[in-house]
Every structure is written in C-alpha cells, then in structure tokens.
Design a protein around this ligand. Structure first.
Ligand code: PGA
Length: 249
C-alpha cells in the first residue's frame, strides 16, 4: 500500500527563534490521520529541528542538495552532510529551484542519482507553467520532466521516490488546481510510470499534490484516488493549519 504523506516546505522562511516557536507549536498538535508528516526547514535550522523533533513522528527533511559528493562548491550542501545530522529525505526539483536557480532536468537527474547512491529518499517535484496549461501541453511537459530526470533509473529506485505534482501557476498564488485537475494529472503520472515500470511499481509510488493547499481545500483534494498527500508551502508555516491539512485524510 502506498503511503499518505503531508510534507511542509518552509522555503526561505523562519530564523532560529521563529523555527523554535514553530517546532514547539508542532509538538502540541495531535495527528488523527494515517499520513506520514515531514517538515523541511532551511539549512541553518535543520540540525536544531532534527534534534527538537527526534522524539516525535515528524520527519525533518531538506529542501535541496548538491549532486557532488563533496568538493569546491561554495555555498552548497552534500548528501553526506545531510545524512550526518540525521536527515534521510530531500526535496529535489522544486519549481523555484528550476526557475530561479536554473536547475534543469539533466542536473536534477544527477542530484537524483546522488541522493539514491546515499540511500536517501527523494520527494521529486515537477509541474507545468500557466502557459503550458493554457495551450493544453501540461501532460507533455510533465511527462517529459519525469522521463528526463527519472527514467534512467531501475524499478527498485522507486521505493525511495515520492513524486510531487506542483503546477507552477498554483504555487503561492492562492489558485489551486481543482480536485479534478489534480486527479487527472496524477492518473496520467501513474500511467506514465506504469507504461515504463509496470502497474506494481506505479501503484506503490506516492504522488503528492502541491500548490495552495489549505485546510479548506485539503480534504477534497486528498479524497481523489491518485492523490496521496500534499507538499505544503504557505500553510505549513502555521502549526494549526498544517495539522488541519495532515488530518484532512
Ligand atoms: P504553496 O507552496 O502551498 O505556498 O502554494 C507549495 C510548494 O511550493 O511546495
């Protein structure tokens, strides 16, 4: 059975004091759903967050990492550094990384390989822009993003990969894909996986939706059969809102 997952991507928000306060608020929450819960603080607060949440069932994950094992890459963070503080999971391919930091499918394929070689789990993000959706090209774009970054992998790799469909036009805009739009795309993604790796692999991969998920819309989105959870940005910055989403399953 594939897992339900709700992951909070805090992006470049929260200094240490704010992080401590949000972590304390998260520890007061009660989970009534079966979803796995993850939070991704910024790098400077990862170690603190890992220690603070050690006794909880909330997993602390990273927002990004470099493809090289180590070396002269000023400002970058390696898989081994993440693992050395207990972080086992990394978000790769977020649209903000693609857009503002020129991360291409080819670069992301290298990051994917490095994460897997270090036995890390990946939340791999992709999604079309508004112009692609308007021109009816969303499936072509999404299919190509998945194939270019992931289809060199063997089937076993997908035990450590979670997919996150995040239409760029819905991220931080207040505009959400309708539950039907999300379901249609998630079904397409699962079929794309099934065509290459077979139904057994495709059925086991969790596919998250991301883009303006809020307490008010989470339940309807999560009720769709191919939506296995969410990657949450803005609403993950308030513990009450985040747990309302976690408990929407
Ligand atoms: P949002 O961000 O929930 O603020 O739209 C989602 C994301 O970027 O993962």
């Amino acid at each position: 059975m594939r897992k339900n997952i709700v992951a909070g991507n805090w992006k470049m928000n929260n200094d240490l004091a704010q992080t401590k306060s949000l972590l304390a608020d998260l520890k007061k929450q009660t989970k009534t759903s079966n979803a796995e819960v993850m939070v991704a603080p910024t790098f400077t607060n990862l170690y603190h967050a890992f220690e603070a949440l050690r006794t909880t069932d909330i997993e602390v994950i990273a927002q990004n990492m470099h493809f090289a094992e180590n070396g002269a890459y000023t400002g970058e963070i390696s898989a081994a550094m993440l693992k050395s503080i207990g972080v086992q999971t990394v978000i790769l391919g977020h649209s903000e990384r693609r857009e503002y930091f020129n991360e291409t499918d080819e670069l992301l394929a290298k990051k994917v390989d490095t994460a897997l070689a270090n036995n890390m789990r990946i939340i791999f993000c992709f999604g079309e822009e508004l112009a692609d959706r308007k021109s009816g090209n969303e499936e072509t774009i999404v299919g190509s993003q998945i194939k270019k970054a992931l289809f060199h992998l063997g089937a076993a790799a997908f035990q450590n990969i979670v997919l996150a469909y995040e239409p760029v036009w819905a991220i931080g805009t207040g505009e959400t894909a309708s539950p039907e739009q999300a379901q249609d795309m998630h079904a397409f993604i699962r079929k794309t996986l099934a065509d290459k790796y077979g139904n057994d692999v495709a059925d086991e991969v969790s596919i998250l939706y991301g883009g303006s998920v809020k307490p008010a819309n989470a339940e309807e989105i999560f009720s769709k059969p191919d939506v296995d959870g969410g990657l949450i940005g803005g609403a993950a910055l308030k513990a009450d809102d985040f747990y309302a989403i976690v408990n929407a399953f």
